[in-house]
Design a protein around this ligand. Structure first.
Ligand code: GLC
Length: 576
């Protein structure tokens, strides 16, 4: 048979790897709306500015509700918009029941949730309660004297006992999580910046405050909670010395400490169980067992595990594709019977999807963006998709530290410089991986500042907005944006893409990620070329291949059992 385009049905032999026919197992999925959700994450500072101060705001998001609806997504997660001094762009909360004025008012918030609900879109609140801001009234009180009633809301170490055992801080310019405070001659603990003191979860009063805050927002109609940095909330408050050489092992020694599950169970009782809400925490423990312990339904803690193994694979020097497949495959296998995962490759703490996992060169940006979105929307798990990835937004090319706004970048620079690190390498790594890459303003059209703001944007708009923007994408039926919408629609129309069993094919293929999804008698084949060259795959175990359900090229070459894919080609076939 000569090469031909799949407009015609072709048949391939039905043989299993072992040569035996597989027993058909009827899968009765344990359905839930949050498993079927498609989450769109919005960084409010960067989405749309309605009042010209250069900062995105709630009214701006309201202006774009029809755009959000047009994507087909069913849930919006908004990064924090509470009152905050903004040391860490809102992840330092000074009042959990107030809106930061630059984002708008409580009326704007209510209007936003109403507007989303009118469009059948749910809302996820980001709850930042591993720590507060040092400007929160609780902390102001706590630091004022050792016998203040709020003292035990935080972790303190009296200086007369000497310096506490070392704890690492992710954002501190010296990497030290203990900050000396002269007012009470004590140190306080901050795993993030020194303006983000960690809350003491052992204190029942703290926990009650948090449940009260969560209920306040649930009563306002939020449909989901994302718990920021929550795996670090429980601490061994005797603060023992960690083994030498492992003091900075953030996952091993800082995450998932005793008490965490008690707190989650209590939170579930006090909040989640009283509302129809989705719950997800950032981080999924240190291994599969711990991930299950967070989300298995009989434990009554959280719903969705949000694990970093995959997203952490991308490095400035590239990433191992076989490792990538292996990680997704293992996680899927571990959660195939119980528990539920999120699927994501980008968020506000990562550089841009296409720049890290695809290819942002002019030649391949479009194909590789479509390929990655096809992947995210065809895996088992709730997809969390990040604003701007639907139009293939790329990293921004900052070369001077003065251009960065992120506290992690700025303090990381200070720390590296003080340690005599190779600063050329530091800057080039930052250029690839900085969180600011993923926070540049949304590119709405080709006009000045991409129509994000009429003022001066808080973070520069990427110059490439002249060609990469929503307006241009909307007018081209073959754009990344239209592919994204098609893929969202496809997921919603084919339950197999949500609940179907996942099976990796041709694991050793160095270029192509191939898998099937099967739900009872529905089966689809997903083929994704992760390279910038043509590649092919031999598939002998597949049944009849029909017309592609989606393809980011107009054609595909099939030659008997061999399927040829173009650079970054992504295609899903329905199998008979
Ligand atoms: C989480 C957030 C990140 C923030 C940090 C401290 O990792 O995703 O943006 O800086 O917690 O709150």
């Amino acid at each position: 048979m000569k090469n031909f385009f799949v407009k015609i049905l072709i048949f391939m032999l039905i043989t299993s790897c072992s040569g035996e026919k597989k027993q058909k197992e009827v899968i009765v999925p344990n359905k839930a709306w949050w498993k079927e959700a498609i989450v769109y994450q919005i960084y409010p500072r960067s989405f749309k500015d309605s009042d010209g101060d250069g900062i995105g705001d709630l009214k701006g998001i309201i202006e774009k509700l029809d755009y959000i609806k047009s994507l087909g997504v069913t849930m919006v997660w908004l990064n924090p918009f509470y009152q905050s001094p903004n040391v860490d762009n809102g992840y330092d909360v000074s009042d959990y029941k107030a809106i930061l004025p630059e984002f708008g008012t409580m009326e704007d918030f209510d209007a936003l949730v109403k507007g989303l609900h009118e469009r059948d879109i749910k809302f996820v609140l980001d709850v930042v309660v591993n720590h507060s801001s040092d400007q929160h009234e609780w902390f102001k009180q706590a630091r004022s004297s050792r016998d203040n009633p709020y003292r035990d809301y935080y972790h303190w170490w009296p200086a007369e006992k000497g310096k506490p055992n070392y704890r690492y801080s992710l954002f501190d310019a010296k990497g030290d999580a203990w900050q000396y405070d002269s007012i009470t001659n004590s140190y306080y603990l901050h795993y993030f910046a020194k303006e983000q003191p960690d809350l003491n979860w052992e204190n029942q009063k703290v926990r009650n405050e948090v449940y009260d805050i969560m209920q306040f927002w649930a009563d306002k109609g939020v449909d989901g909670f994302r718990l920021d940095a929550f795996q670090f909330a429980a601490k061994d408050t005797t603060f023992p010395k960690f083994p030498e050489g492992f003091e900075k092992d953030f996952i091993q020694y800082y995450a998932m400490q005793d008490g965490l599950h008690d707190y989650l169970k209590e939170m579930n009782e006090q909040v989640f169980s009283k509302y129809d809400v989705m719950s997800v925490a950032e981080g999924a423990g240190r291994n599969f067992q711990e991930a299950h312990e967070l989300v298995d339904s009989e434990r009554k803690e959280l719903n969705v595990a949000y694990a970093f193994d995959a997203v952490d694979i991308a490095k400035p020097e590239g990433y191992s594709f076989s490792h990538f497949k292996e990680v997704f495959t293992k996680w899927d296998k571990e959660f195939s019977k119980k528990g539920w995962l999120s699927i994501f490759l980008s968020n506000h703490d990562q550089a841009r999807l296409v720049s890290r996992f695809g290819n942002d060169s002019p030649e391949f940006r479009e194909a590789s963006s479509k390929m990655l979105n096809t992947f995210l929307l065809s895996m088992r798990g709730t997809p969390f998709l990040y604003y701007g990835d639907e139009i293939g937004m790329t990293n921004i090319n900052f070369d001077s530290i003065s251009q960065y706004k992120d506290v992690a970048a700025i303090n990381g620079y200070k720390k590296a410089a003080s340690e005599g690190a190779d600063m050329i390498k530091f800057m080039s790594d930052l250029n690839f991986a900085s969180r600011d890459n993923g926070r540049t303003p949304m590119q709405w059209d080709s006009s000045e500042n991409a129509n994000f703001t009429s003022g001066t944007p808080w973070l520069p708009v990427n110059e490439n907005h002249k060609s990469i923007n929503v307006f241009t994408e909307n007018s081209n039926p073959n754009s990344i944006l239209n592919h994204f919408k098609k893929m969202v629609k496809l997921r919603k129309e084919h339950e197999v893409l949500i609940y179907g069993d996942y099976e990796l094919l041709a694991a050793e293929n160095p270029d192509i990620y191939a898998y099937t999804r099967t739900l009872n008698n529905e089966k689809v084949l997903v083929l994704l070329n992760f390279t910038n060259h043509d590649s092919s795959i031999e598939l002998t175990e597949i049944g009849a291949i029909n017309e592609p359900l989606i393809n980011n090229y107009s054609t595909v070459e099939v030659n008997k059992n061999n399927i040829q894919l173009k650079p970054y080609q992504a295609i899903i076939f329905k199998l008979n």
